[in-house]
Design a protein around this ligand. Structure first.
Ligand SMILES: Nc1ncnc2c1ncn2[C@@H]1O[C@H](COP(=O)(O)OP(=O)(O)OP(=O)(O)O)[C@@H](O)[C@H]1O
Length: 269
Protein backbone atom coordinates (compact mmCIF):
# COMPACT_ATOMS: atom_id res chain seq x y z
CA UNK A 1 0.00 0.00 0.00
CA UNK A 2 1.26 3.47 -0.82
CA UNK A 3 0.59 6.63 1.12
CA UNK A 4 -2.80 8.34 1.00
CA UNK A 5 -1.97 10.59 -1.93
CA UNK A 6 -1.21 7.57 -4.09
CA UNK A 7 -4.36 5.69 -3.21
CA UNK A 8 -7.37 6.08 -5.42
CA UNK A 9 -10.93 5.69 -4.27
CA UNK A 10 -12.35 2.27 -4.85
CA UNK A 11 -15.64 3.42 -3.43
CA UNK A 12 -16.92 6.90 -2.67
CA UNK A 13 -20.40 7.35 -1.26
CA UNK A 14 -21.61 10.87 -0.54
CA UNK A 15 -24.83 11.34 1.45
CA UNK A 16 -26.29 8.11 0.14
CA UNK A 17 -29.79 7.19 1.27
CA UNK A 18 -31.93 4.26 0.22
CA UNK A 19 -35.59 4.94 1.03
CA UNK A 20 -38.30 2.28 0.86
CA UNK A 21 -41.89 2.77 1.97
CA UNK A 22 -40.95 6.11 3.51
CA UNK A 23 -38.15 4.61 5.62
CA UNK A 24 -34.44 5.24 5.10
CA UNK A 25 -32.83 1.77 5.13
CA UNK A 26 -29.51 3.50 4.48
CA UNK A 27 -29.52 7.02 5.86
CA UNK A 28 -27.15 9.73 4.54
CA UNK A 29 -24.10 7.51 4.42
CA UNK A 30 -20.82 9.09 3.36
CA UNK A 31 -18.00 6.58 3.12
CA UNK A 32 -14.86 6.14 1.12
CA UNK A 33 -12.76 3.05 0.57
CA UNK A 34 -9.24 3.48 -0.78
CA UNK A 35 -7.32 0.99 -2.84
CA UNK A 36 -5.86 -1.83 -0.78
CA UNK A 37 -8.05 -1.24 2.26
CA UNK A 38 -9.95 -4.13 3.84
CA UNK A 39 -13.21 -3.01 5.47
CA UNK A 40 -15.53 -4.77 7.87
CA UNK A 41 -19.15 -3.63 8.03
CA UNK A 42 -20.56 -4.40 11.47
CA UNK A 43 -24.09 -3.90 12.68
CA UNK A 44 -27.14 -5.61 14.17
CA UNK A 45 -29.85 -7.37 12.17
CA UNK A 46 -31.72 -4.92 9.98
CA UNK A 47 -29.08 -2.17 10.27
CA UNK A 48 -28.83 -1.83 6.48
CA UNK A 49 -25.57 -3.71 5.87
CA UNK A 50 -26.79 -5.76 2.91
CA UNK A 51 -28.59 -2.74 1.44
CA UNK A 52 -25.34 -0.77 1.64
CA UNK A 53 -23.41 -3.65 0.09
CA UNK A 54 -25.94 -3.77 -2.75
CA UNK A 55 -25.32 -0.09 -3.47
CA UNK A 56 -21.54 -0.57 -3.23
CA UNK A 57 -21.71 -3.43 -5.72
CA UNK A 58 -23.92 -1.46 -8.18
CA UNK A 59 -27.03 -3.64 -7.76
CA UNK A 60 -29.04 -0.93 -6.02
CA UNK A 61 -29.34 2.74 -6.94
CA UNK A 62 -29.39 5.25 -4.08
CA UNK A 63 -32.61 7.21 -3.67
CA UNK A 64 -30.46 10.22 -2.76
CA UNK A 65 -26.76 11.03 -2.86
CA UNK A 66 -24.01 9.87 -5.19
CA UNK A 67 -22.07 6.64 -5.41
CA UNK A 68 -18.80 6.22 -7.27
CA UNK A 69 -17.58 2.67 -7.66
CA UNK A 70 -14.10 2.00 -9.07
CA UNK A 71 -14.05 5.58 -10.34
CA UNK A 72 -17.41 5.28 -12.14
CA UNK A 73 -20.49 7.19 -11.09
CA UNK A 74 -23.54 5.04 -10.54
CA UNK A 75 -26.23 6.28 -12.92
CA UNK A 76 -23.70 7.48 -15.49
CA UNK A 77 -21.97 4.16 -16.13
CA UNK A 78 -23.12 0.98 -17.83
CA UNK A 79 -23.37 -1.33 -14.81
CA UNK A 80 -22.82 -4.34 -17.06
CA UNK A 81 -19.30 -3.06 -17.66
CA UNK A 82 -18.77 -2.28 -14.00
CA UNK A 83 -20.07 -5.50 -12.45
CA UNK A 84 -17.42 -7.84 -13.89
CA UNK A 85 -14.84 -5.79 -11.95
CA UNK A 86 -16.50 -6.61 -8.62
CA UNK A 87 -16.34 -10.04 -7.01
CA UNK A 88 -19.23 -10.95 -4.74
CA UNK A 89 -19.33 -13.94 -2.42
CA UNK A 90 -22.72 -14.05 -0.78
CA UNK A 91 -24.78 -17.07 0.10
CA UNK A 92 -27.67 -15.67 -2.01
CA UNK A 93 -25.67 -16.65 -5.06
CA UNK A 94 -25.44 -20.28 -3.97
CA UNK A 95 -29.12 -20.86 -4.84
CA UNK A 96 -28.55 -19.60 -8.39
CA UNK A 97 -25.70 -21.99 -9.13
CA UNK A 98 -26.46 -25.44 -10.54
CA UNK A 99 -26.22 -28.09 -7.85
CA UNK A 100 -25.03 -30.69 -10.31
CA UNK A 101 -21.91 -28.81 -11.45
CA UNK A 102 -18.63 -29.82 -9.91
CA UNK A 103 -16.76 -27.46 -7.63
CA UNK A 104 -14.14 -26.86 -10.33
CA UNK A 105 -16.84 -26.08 -12.92
CA UNK A 106 -18.62 -23.76 -10.47
CA UNK A 107 -15.47 -21.67 -10.09
CA UNK A 108 -14.50 -21.84 -13.77
CA UNK A 109 -17.84 -20.58 -15.07
CA UNK A 110 -17.24 -17.30 -13.18
CA UNK A 111 -14.45 -16.47 -15.63
CA UNK A 112 -17.06 -16.24 -18.35
CA UNK A 113 -19.68 -14.34 -16.36
CA UNK A 114 -22.08 -17.23 -16.26
CA UNK A 115 -23.84 -19.05 -13.53
CA UNK A 116 -24.75 -22.14 -15.48
CA UNK A 117 -23.46 -23.07 -18.90
CA UNK A 118 -20.55 -25.42 -18.91
CA UNK A 119 -18.38 -25.62 -22.04
CA UNK A 120 -15.60 -28.07 -22.62
CA UNK A 121 -13.40 -25.43 -24.20
CA UNK A 122 -12.23 -23.44 -21.21
CA UNK A 123 -8.66 -22.31 -21.51
CA UNK A 124 -6.22 -24.39 -19.52
CA UNK A 125 -4.87 -21.18 -18.00
CA UNK A 126 -8.34 -20.55 -16.54
CA UNK A 127 -8.47 -24.05 -15.16
CA UNK A 128 -5.10 -23.55 -13.52
CA UNK A 129 -6.30 -20.32 -11.92
CA UNK A 130 -9.51 -21.97 -10.69
CA UNK A 131 -7.48 -24.81 -9.17
CA UNK A 132 -5.11 -22.32 -7.53
CA UNK A 133 -7.93 -20.29 -5.93
CA UNK A 134 -9.63 -23.45 -4.72
CA UNK A 135 -6.32 -24.55 -3.25
CA UNK A 136 -5.95 -21.25 -1.35
CA UNK A 137 -9.43 -21.83 0.07
CA UNK A 138 -8.63 -25.44 1.03
CA UNK A 139 -10.92 -27.04 -1.54
CA UNK A 140 -8.44 -29.11 -3.54
CA UNK A 141 -9.91 -32.39 -2.32
CA UNK A 142 -13.38 -31.36 -3.51
CA UNK A 143 -12.69 -30.39 -7.14
CA UNK A 144 -14.92 -33.11 -8.58
CA UNK A 145 -17.63 -32.98 -5.94
CA UNK A 146 -21.05 -31.70 -7.00
CA UNK A 147 -21.65 -28.18 -5.69
CA UNK A 148 -25.08 -29.20 -4.36
CA UNK A 149 -23.59 -31.83 -2.07
CA UNK A 150 -21.22 -29.46 -0.24
CA UNK A 151 -21.61 -28.42 3.37
CA UNK A 152 -22.27 -24.75 4.08
CA UNK A 153 -18.63 -24.08 4.91
CA UNK A 154 -17.39 -25.83 1.78
CA UNK A 155 -19.93 -23.92 -0.30
CA UNK A 156 -18.79 -20.60 1.16
CA UNK A 157 -15.15 -21.36 0.44
CA UNK A 158 -16.08 -22.31 -3.14
CA UNK A 159 -17.99 -19.03 -3.58
CA UNK A 160 -14.98 -16.99 -2.42
CA UNK A 161 -12.74 -18.83 -4.92
CA UNK A 162 -15.41 -18.15 -7.55
CA UNK A 163 -15.47 -14.43 -6.72
CA UNK A 164 -11.65 -14.31 -7.01
CA UNK A 165 -11.75 -15.97 -10.41
CA UNK A 166 -12.78 -12.78 -12.23
CA UNK A 167 -9.69 -11.04 -10.82
CA UNK A 168 -11.87 -8.40 -9.16
CA UNK A 169 -10.68 -4.94 -8.18
CA UNK A 170 -13.12 -5.03 -5.29
CA UNK A 171 -14.15 -8.16 -3.38
CA UNK A 172 -17.39 -8.22 -1.34
CA UNK A 173 -17.89 -10.90 1.28
CA UNK A 174 -21.41 -11.05 2.73
CA UNK A 175 -21.32 -12.87 6.07
CA UNK A 176 -18.80 -15.47 4.90
CA UNK A 177 -18.64 -17.19 8.30
CA UNK A 178 -22.37 -17.23 9.13
CA UNK A 179 -23.58 -20.70 9.98
CA UNK A 180 -20.13 -22.25 10.24
CA UNK A 181 -19.10 -24.28 13.28
CA UNK A 182 -16.14 -23.15 15.39
CA UNK A 183 -13.59 -25.14 13.38
CA UNK A 184 -15.08 -24.00 10.08
CA UNK A 185 -15.07 -20.39 11.19
CA UNK A 186 -11.48 -20.50 12.39
CA UNK A 187 -10.36 -22.21 9.20
CA UNK A 188 -12.10 -19.55 7.10
CA UNK A 189 -10.75 -16.68 9.22
CA UNK A 190 -7.20 -18.03 8.75
CA UNK A 191 -7.69 -18.24 4.99
CA UNK A 192 -9.31 -14.80 4.78
CA UNK A 193 -6.42 -13.47 6.87
CA UNK A 194 -3.94 -14.80 4.34
CA UNK A 195 -5.93 -13.17 1.54
CA UNK A 196 -6.33 -9.87 3.42
CA UNK A 197 -2.60 -9.62 4.03
CA UNK A 198 -1.71 -10.36 0.42
CA UNK A 199 -0.75 -6.99 -1.12
CA UNK A 200 -1.83 -8.28 -4.54
CA UNK A 201 -5.33 -9.18 -3.33
CA UNK A 202 -8.17 -6.79 -4.20
CA UNK A 203 -9.70 -4.20 -1.90
CA UNK A 204 -12.22 -5.97 0.33
CA UNK A 205 -15.49 -5.26 2.09
CA UNK A 206 -16.85 -7.91 4.46
CA UNK A 207 -20.21 -7.81 6.22
CA UNK A 208 -20.41 -9.58 9.55
CA UNK A 209 -22.31 -9.61 12.85
CA UNK A 210 -19.41 -10.85 14.96
CA UNK A 211 -16.04 -9.29 15.80
CA UNK A 212 -14.65 -12.84 16.19
CA UNK A 213 -15.02 -13.22 12.42
CA UNK A 214 -12.69 -10.30 11.62
CA UNK A 215 -9.59 -11.81 10.03
CA UNK A 216 -6.14 -10.41 10.72
CA UNK A 217 -5.23 -8.04 7.93
CA UNK A 218 -8.58 -6.24 7.88
CA UNK A 219 -7.78 -2.56 8.29
CA UNK A 220 -11.00 -0.57 8.71
CA UNK A 221 -14.45 -0.87 10.25
CA UNK A 222 -17.75 0.79 9.45
CA UNK A 223 -20.47 0.42 12.09
CA UNK A 224 -24.09 0.83 11.06
CA UNK A 225 -27.16 1.26 13.20
CA UNK A 226 -30.62 1.94 11.78
CA UNK A 227 -29.10 2.84 8.42
CA UNK A 228 -26.73 5.45 9.84
CA UNK A 229 -22.96 5.33 10.17
CA UNK A 230 -22.02 5.23 13.84
CA UNK A 231 -18.30 4.99 13.33
CA UNK A 232 -15.95 4.53 10.39
CA UNK A 233 -12.19 4.37 10.29
CA UNK A 234 -9.16 2.28 11.21
CA UNK A 235 -10.14 -0.80 13.24
CA UNK A 236 -7.73 -0.10 16.07
CA UNK A 237 -9.26 3.36 16.58
CA UNK A 238 -12.94 2.67 15.99
CA UNK A 239 -13.55 -0.86 17.24
CA UNK A 240 -14.04 0.24 20.85
CA UNK A 241 -16.40 -0.99 23.57
CA UNK A 242 -18.17 2.38 23.45
CA UNK A 243 -18.82 2.26 19.71
CA UNK A 244 -19.77 -1.42 19.70
CA UNK A 245 -22.19 -0.91 22.62
CA UNK A 246 -23.89 1.96 20.78
CA UNK A 247 -23.99 -0.08 17.60
CA UNK A 248 -25.67 -3.14 19.12
CA UNK A 249 -27.65 -1.22 21.75
CA UNK A 250 -26.39 -2.91 24.91
CA UNK A 251 -23.27 -2.71 27.10
CA UNK A 252 -20.47 -4.67 25.43
CA UNK A 253 -16.79 -5.09 26.11
CA UNK A 254 -14.54 -5.63 23.12
CA UNK A 255 -10.98 -6.84 23.45
CA UNK A 256 -8.17 -7.55 21.05
CA UNK A 257 -5.99 -10.58 21.68
CA UNK A 258 -3.02 -10.85 19.38
CA UNK A 259 -4.43 -10.13 15.97
CA UNK A 260 -8.02 -11.18 16.76
CA UNK A 261 -11.06 -9.61 18.41
CA UNK A 262 -13.63 -10.83 20.93
CA UNK A 263 -16.67 -9.18 22.46
CA UNK A 264 -19.04 -10.05 25.28
CA UNK A 265 -21.98 -8.45 27.05
CA UNK A 266 -21.75 -7.21 30.64
CA UNK A 267 -23.77 -9.26 33.17
CA UNK A 268 -27.19 -7.94 34.20
CA UNK A 269 -26.95 -6.11 37.52
N1 LIG B 1 -37.31 -3.65 -0.46
C1 LIG B 1 -37.50 -3.33 0.83
N2 LIG B 1 -38.58 -2.66 1.23
C2 LIG B 1 -38.77 -2.33 2.53
N3 LIG B 1 -37.90 -2.65 3.51
C3 LIG B 1 -36.80 -3.32 3.17
C4 LIG B 1 -36.52 -3.71 1.81
N4 LIG B 1 -35.33 -4.38 1.79
C5 LIG B 1 -34.90 -4.40 3.07
N5 LIG B 1 -35.76 -3.79 3.90
C6 LIG B 1 -35.61 -3.57 5.36
O1 LIG B 1 -34.46 -2.75 5.49
C7 LIG B 1 -33.78 -3.02 6.70
C8 LIG B 1 -32.31 -3.25 6.38
O2 LIG B 1 -32.16 -4.49 5.72
P1 LIG B 1 -30.73 -5.11 5.39
O3 LIG B 1 -30.98 -6.46 4.79
O4 LIG B 1 -29.94 -4.14 4.62
O5 LIG B 1 -30.13 -5.22 6.85
P2 LIG B 1 -28.87 -6.05 7.36
O6 LIG B 1 -28.10 -5.12 8.23
O7 LIG B 1 -28.15 -6.67 6.23
O8 LIG B 1 -29.59 -7.14 8.24
P3 LIG B 1 -29.17 -8.65 8.63
O9 LIG B 1 -28.01 -8.52 9.53
O10 LIG B 1 -30.38 -9.14 9.35
O11 LIG B 1 -28.88 -9.38 7.35
C9 LIG B 1 -34.48 -4.20 7.31
O12 LIG B 1 -35.34 -3.72 8.32
C10 LIG B 1 -35.31 -4.79 6.16
O13 LIG B 1 -36.49 -5.39 6.62
Amino acid sequence: MGDNALMSDVLELVDVSVVREGRALVDQVSWSVKEGERWVILGPNGAGKTTLLNVASSYLFPTKGTARILGEKLGAVDVFELRPRIGIAGIGLADKLPRSQTVLQTVLTAAYGMTATWHEDYESVDEQRARAFLDVLGMTEYLDRKFGTLSEGERKRTLIARAMMIDPELLMLDEPAAGLDLGGREDLVRRLGRLARDPLAPSMIMVTHHVEEIAPGFTHVLMLRQGKVLAAGPIELELTSRNLSKCFGLPLVVESRGDRWTAHGLPLS
